[in-house]
Design a protein around this ligand. Structure first.
Ligand code: DSN
Length: 415
């Protein structure tokens, strides 16, 4: 995609856009929630549908001229139903957080009770954090991972559900490296007559490809984002049983949003079509294989992984055992200097702060989109280890930066 037409009008923005493309081409995107969409998804998202208002749903719009918008949204829904096996799908949420908001709006009253995983243990802001609307609108209690094992404390969750009597239990996480026992959480919800929302934002693509267990058909509501492992561009999605369809649709529009972002919905439709291919299943499998390879190689270098490994697309490194004086933020910054982009992250039992925590989170969806296999991913682990061992050594960082350049040249991204 050329930015020549942008440049004619706005050179500053054209510079930023080309700069961002170069940054993505020349660095390794290892933020676990990021990925690279295809040129087809980029093109659909940059289409004339950005001009169109289409409040309502296909066949029932509040404005004229929606024939093509209807077709796009119908196809996105049809493909999503095939991908995840859902009874009802709403593709209009602008993001994963908006998708969660719609579920709360549909099923809860202000002051109702949410039981969710603590943010520091891998939860998400929109699951009830005090700084988020959820923490301000609802009563929130949290469950935890077992700090020793790094796995969800399912028994603790069940006990807290019994004492707190939540209206909804939220599962699905943003920094949890293990498969989730959806049925066990559903049983805890059933025992207290609570709804169960499974937020699969991070693993949407892994679930679609069948390489991670699915909560669809178990939890009452499944939300996700469409730009992470499923590579369908920015946005959110809600899946639910047919009995909740009208409530969910009304909570998205007019409840929480106005006009749908039809250009993004076109991107979702294209990305979902790509995800229905056998190549996508192979991609998702490789994402998990690469995460395992990354984790094993880091362990060989002496690093501690929360839960001792991974079942999905990410690893969470607790630096306190191997590098007690080094913080996640220092490593995030040192790695960015050499072209490896990941994020500092809290770890269970965090002893520092959320802004300067003790861990780093690293994901493989972006590398795998570029074509990285196990061996290439292990090389990246070697490079990370060198920088973590010597974060202030300019010579080491220059050598690692050269090695990163070789890898980005070998696995090119956008032309
Ligand atoms: N910001 C995303 C993440 O990195 O996990 C979640 O919204």
């Amino acid at each position: 995609m050329s930015y020549d037409t942008v440049r004619e009008v706005d050179p500053a923005i054209a510079d930023a856009l080309t700069g961002e493309r170069e940054r993505q081409n020349e660095t390794l995107a290892m933020i676990a929630s990021e990925n690279h969409v295809s040129e087809a998804v980029l093109s659909a998202q940059g289409s004339e549908l950005t001009n169109k208002y289409a409040e309502g749903y296909p066949g029932e719009r509040y404005y004229a001229g929606c024939a093509h918008a209807d077709r796009v949204e119908e196809l996105a829904i049809e493909r999503a139903k095939k991908l995840w096996g859902a009874e009802h799908v709403n593709v209009q949420p602008h993001s994963g957080t908006q998708a969660n908001m719609a579920v709360y709006l549909a099923m809860l009253e202000p002051g109702d009770r949410i039981l969710s995983l603590e943010l520091e243990h891998g939860g998400h802001l929109s699951h009830g954090h005090p700084a988020n609307f959820t923490g301000k609108t609802y009563q929130v209690e949290q469950y935890h991972v077992d700090v020793e094992t790094g796995y969800i404390d399912y028994e603790g969750l069940r006990e807290t559900a019994e004492s707190f009597q939540p209206d909804i239990i939220v599962s699905g996480y943003s920094a949890y490296p293990r498969d989730v026992e959806w049925t066990r959480i559903q049983q805890a919800a059933d025992a207290v007559d609570a709804y169960h929302l499974a937020d699969i934002a991070h693993i949407t693509g892994l679930v679609a490809a069948g390489v991670h267990s699915s909560p669809v058909g178990i939890a009452d509501f499944v939300t996700g984002s469409t730009h992470k492992t499923v590579r369908a561009g920015r946005g959110g999605i809600i899946m639910c049983q047919a009995e909740y369809a009208d409530d969910i649709d009304a909570a998205v529009f007019p409840g929480g949003q106005g006009g749908p972002l039809m250009h993004n919905i076109a991107g979702k439709a294209v990305g979902f079509e790509e995800a229905l291919s056998p190549e996508f299943e192979a991609y998702a499998r490789q994402v998990v294989d690469n995460a395992k390879a990354l984790g094993e190689q880091l362990q060989d270098h002496g690093f501690s992984l929360v839960s001792g490994g991974t079942d999905n697309h990410l690893v969470l490194v607790d630096l306190r055992d191997s590098h007690p004086d080094t913080t996640g933020k220092e490593i995030e910054q040192a790695l960015e200097e050499v072209g490896i982009v990941l994020n500092a992250n809290t770890v269970p039992g965090e002893t520092r702060s959320a802004f300067n925590p003790s861990g780093i989170r690293a994901g493989t969806p972006g590398l795998t989109t570029r074509g990285f296999d196990d061996a290439a991913t292990r090389k990246v682990a070697d490079l990370i280890a060198r920088v973590v061992d010597h974060p202030e050594d300019e010579g080491t960082k220059a050598q690692v930066n050269e090695a990163v350049e070789e890898l980005t040249d070998r696995f090119p991204l956008y032309e």
